[in-house]
Write a protein that binds this ligand. Structure first.
Ligand code: ADP
Ligand code: ADP
Length: 228
């Protein structure tokens, strides 16, 4: 059964002068343990789609279900990481990660244990007390990733999480992300404008095009193309 089920989603942004169809009849199912990447040029509706799945924005039309339940507000089972995942500058790595526990009222001991596991998993051991400005961009994104995973969400949504990083660091993070996916079994939906990144990371790749925002293709790497 699909964990996420998006059906006939339409999103229009209207102003006095114009109307933008950010999403036009978009449907998508995501099964447990999949790593779905959504690729496409700027303006094709990737972020809008992710925000609607997250329950942060309501669609003009259509239906989003998470475990069969309609999504109309932010969900506990979901974790997010964005391109600029704001870390608190005055808090160290471990305390930034534990912020999630405070917001969600998690059991403190459980949260601390989980934070330490994630710190190890993402190679941040030794940097527990470091402040964000003392870290490289890649390390900051790893802290944001730990924070997003702290409450053990069953689904992780990522919007251009490595978009602000230099090419080499980005490549590093892709390798890391692939490993984290394999080790945690989290269902992931990641949005990127980079096709190579989408192909590297995705167990399934959804390609979108703009004006209006539509899904134009879905690819599963490693499987030979079907022939007529
Ligand atoms: P992407 O993430 O693929 O770059 P977005 O989902 O951000 O695309 O945007 C899709 C389209 O919707 C764009 O044309 C964008 O300008 C428009 N859009 C997104 N958010 C808003 C908004 N809050 N108000 C008006 N237009 C918006
Ligand atoms: P990433 O690819 O995650 O951004 P870098 O290539 O910047 O990581 O750094 C690789 C390693 O160098 C890190 O895992 C860390 O051990 C060390 N490092 C990076 N930045 C710092 C820093 N500001 N202080 C101390 N060590 C650092």
């Amino acid at each position: 059964d699909p964990i996420i089920e998006v059906k006939n989603l339409t999103m229009r942004f209207s102003s006095k002068r114009s109307e933008t169809v950010a999403l036009d009849d978009v449907s998508l199912s995501v099964a447990a343990g999949e790593f779905v990447t959504i690729a496409g040029p700027s303006g094709c509706g990737k972020s809008t789609l992710l925000k609607i799945i997250a329950g942060l924005t309501l669609a003009t039309d259509g239906d989003v279900r998470l475990y069969g339940q309609q999504v109309t507000s932010p969900q506990r089972q979901i974790g997010f990481a964005f391109q600029r995942s704001a870390l608190l500058e005055w808090r160290g790595v471990r305390k930034n990660i534990l912020l999630q526990a405070e917001m969600r009222g998690m059991d403190r001991r459980r949260a601390e244990q989980r934070a330490d596991e994630l710190i190890e998993l993402t190679g941040l051991t030794g940097f527990e007390k470091a402040l964000p400005h003392e870290l490289s961009g890649g390390m900051q994104q790893r802290v944001a990733l730990c924070r997003a995973l702290l409450h053990e969400p069953r689904v992780l949504l990522m919007d251009e999480p490595f978009g602000a990083l230099d090419a080499l660091t980005r490549e590093h993070m892709n390798i890391e992300m692939n490993r984290i996916w394999r080790e945690t079994g989290t269902t992931i939906v990641l949005v990127t404008h980079s096709v190579p990144e989408a192909v590297y990371l995705g167990s399934r790749i959804v390609v979108m095009s703009p004006r209006p925002g539509r899904i134009v293709e879905t690819l599963t790497p490693g499987l030979p193309e079907e022939r007529d």
